[in-house]
Every structure is written in C-alpha cells, then in structure tokens.
Write a protein that binds this ligand. Structure first.
Ligand code: NAP
Length: 344
C-alpha cells in the first residue's frame, strides 16, 4: 500500500533519504521547507520523480502553510526539529519549536484526516539522566530532562515526544486503532552518505575524526545507525499494521570515538591518513569544556557506554540495520567526494 505522505523538514538529512525511499516505493510525497527559495536546489539533490514530489512553505513556529501542506495526506512523517551543532544560549530556543512544532503538525494532521503519524524522536528521549546508568536501554526508558547538565537538544527531544504522546492520549485518538495512529522512531547518532555540503550535526563528528581536527580520541561514544536504515524504518513504520503508541529504537552498535577512528583508518587506506587514534585524557576534555559550549555538552559522557536495544524494531518491523563499518566508510567517502574534508 502507498498513499500521499507529508514529510516535514524536506531540507534535512534524514528527511531527504526518507523522501527518496518513499518515492521509489510508489508514494506521493509532500514536504515542508521554511523557505520555498530552496525548492530548486533540493529537487536537484534528491533527484527523484518530480511529478510525485511537491514543496510547501511551513515553519514549526507558526500555523501558516500547514493546512495546505497536509491537505489530502493519509500519512505524516514528522521529521523536522531543530538540531544545531553547538550549544544554545536559551534552551527554550530548541524546546519551543520542537514541542510546539510537533503539536502543530499533529493538530493539522488530525484535522486533515491523516491515519498514521510517525514522529522522529531520538535516543536522546530515552537514554539520558538515569541514576544509575543502565547497561542497556529499551523503549520503556525515558530521559529525565531535568537532570542537571542535560543538553538543550536532549531536553527538546524528550519534552517534544512526551507532549506529542500526551496530546494523543488527551484527544482520545491513536490508541484505539480507528483514529489517527501515532508512533515514534528513536534513532541514535545517524551517519552514512551525505547528499551535499549541507549535512546534519550528527555527521560533524565523522568529519572531525576524518580531518584530524579532533586531534585524538576522547573517551566517549554514540550508538551509530545508517541514514538509509533510518529512512527505511520510517517507511516501515508508516506502513505496518498496529503501530498505535509504538516506540521504535533505531540503533546499530555503540562505538567509542577510538573505535570509529580505528574502523575508518583501517578501511580508508591513504584517505585515512589524518585520523588520530591516540586517546585524549579526560582532564584535557574537561579543560577544553571551560572554553567551548560544544565540548561542555559531552563531558558528562566521558567513560560512559549507552547500549540501545533495537530488537523491538526487528521483531515488529523486520528492520535490520546494515553493518556499521559500511555506514562509517560510506559517510567518510561522501565527505571526501563532496570536498567537505580534504585528506591530502
Ligand atoms: P537536519 O538535517 O538538521 O534536519 C533538521 C530539519 O528540521 C531541517 O529540515 C530543518 O530545516 C528543520 N527545522 C528545524 N527547525 C525548524 C523550524 N523552526 N521550522 C521548520 N523546520 C525546521 O537533521 P537530521 O539529522 O535530518 O534530523 C532530523 C530529525 O531526526 C530531527 O527531529 C532530529 O532530532 C532527529 N534525530 C536525528 C539524529 C541524528 O543523529 N541525525 C538522531 C536522532 C534523532 P532548515 O533546513 O530550514 O533548518
């Protein structure tokens, strides 16, 4: 089955691959962008059957354009949410668009008669602020956004997913299978090939490892998953039966920076010559955090391992991510091909 689906945030990394897969599988796609001036450039990058893709101007922070964007859609993949690279001055600058944006998209989707609404949440809404930390996190876990030092992005994803689930419950829709069904996809750090030099924050770490600008390997890491597999889990979640209320972790293995650096150095040959694999002591990272809000965001992660159990997505959707080595190498090669990282 395929229908007409609204993908929010068509300029984004995950949205781009999701749009490609949806169109390849016969869907008609409508997508939102903050400015229509990006339409021609994005059509060029996506390079899909243009007759089945339309662009609509809509911002997460106001109502203009949403009714038109979602009109005639049976499904929504709500992927747009702010994901900045550095720290932010006021956490509300992220929390407000993330939370109000999903509530706005839900309201307009419901009014338009949408049957299935898939929200891109995050492992950020699952695995942080736990005391003590767990060995492995599942869909039953929720981040405590009030835990001291929780980054604004982590807060924004947790608060937005909570708000969306509360809205669905309060409106009495989504859990009885007869009205709009709501579920979330919760990915870990998303990497893989980039389509252009306008890439997601999550790819910056690979860019820094490949270019050697990290100068070594701090003792922290992330679960890693491929952008093509994240697109695939969205498409599966749009289509599968009985998705109401589901929460689906999209994760490959948890890797420390030093492991990512070794995988890339071994597989890239001369292209990996700038990659540094020596460990950076924790005290140096803590010192650097005094001067950099971006580094300050990761000091709480030093020494930690956050494994995510993705078996539920495999069981209910048959979703199996590709080997993480392929994800990392394809990501690195695309950064080189697009001239983002110079390796000579
Ligand atoms: P991305 O490339 O930065 O995409 C973010 C998208 O959200 C862009 O299209 C951006 O539009 C849009 N957006 C941001 N603020 C907006 C606003 N106020 N109004 C309308 N659109 C707005 O990031 P991504 O990696 O594809 O992330 C997509 C989603 O996946 C996000 O919800 C993110 O939290 C989630 N996620 C990502 C990862 C990851 O590692 N990448 C992991 C877990 C979850 P502009 O181009 O106009 O800025």
């Amino acid at each position: 089955m395929s229908g007409t689906v609204l993908v929010t945030g068509g300029s984004g990394y995950i949205a781009g691959y999701t749009i490609r897969q949806l169109i390849a599988e016969g869907w008609t796609v409508r997508t939102t962008v903050r400015s229509m001036t990006r339409e021609a450039e994005l059509r060029g990058l996506l390079s899909v059957d243009n007759t089945r893709l339309s662009f609509h101007e809509a911002d997460l922070e106001n109502d203009a354009g949403w009714a038109e964007a979602v009109a005639g859609c049976t499904h929504v993949a709500h992927i747009a949410s702010p994901f900045p690279g550095g720290g932010v001055r006021d956490p509300q600058d992220l929390i407000r668009p993330a939370r109000d944006g999903v509530l706005r998209a839900l309201r307009f989707a419901h009014d338009a008669g949408v049957r299935r609404f898939v929200m891109t949440s995050s492992s950020a809404a699952i695995a942080y602020g736990h005391v003590p930390d767990r060995e492995i996190y599942t869909e039953a876990d929720w981040t405590n956004p009030d835990y001291p030092g929780t980054p604004a992005y982590t807060q924004s994803k947790t608060i937005a997913e909570r708000a969306a689930r509360d809205w669905i419950k309060a409106e009495g829709r989504g859990y009885d299978g007869t009205k709009m069904e709501f579920c979330t996809v919760n990915p870990v750090m998303v990497c893989g090939p980039v389509m252009s030099a306008d890439y997601s924050t999550s790819v910056m770490l690979i860019e820094k490892i490949l270019s050697g600008s990290l100068g070594g390997a701090p003792d922290f890491g992330f679960g890693v998953v491929d952008v093509r597999d994240v697109a695939d889990i969205h498409v599966r979640a749009l289509l599968a039966d009985n998705m109401a209320g589901e929460r689906l972790i999209a994760s490959g293995p948890f890797l420390k920076i030093v492991e990512i650096a070794h995988i890339l150095k071994e597989r890239l040959g001369p292209q990996g010559r700038k990659i540094a694999t020596r460990k950076i002591p924790d005290f140096l990272i803590r010192f650097a955090a005094l001067f950099s809000p971006t580094v300050a965001q990761v000091t709480g992660e030093l020494g930690k391992t956050r494994n995510m159990d993705a078996s539920h997505a495999r069981d209910v959707l048959g979703w199996v991510p590709r080997p993480v080595e392929e994800t990392l190498v394809d990501c690195a090669r695309s950064l080189i091909e697009h001239g983002i990282v110079r390796v000579n």
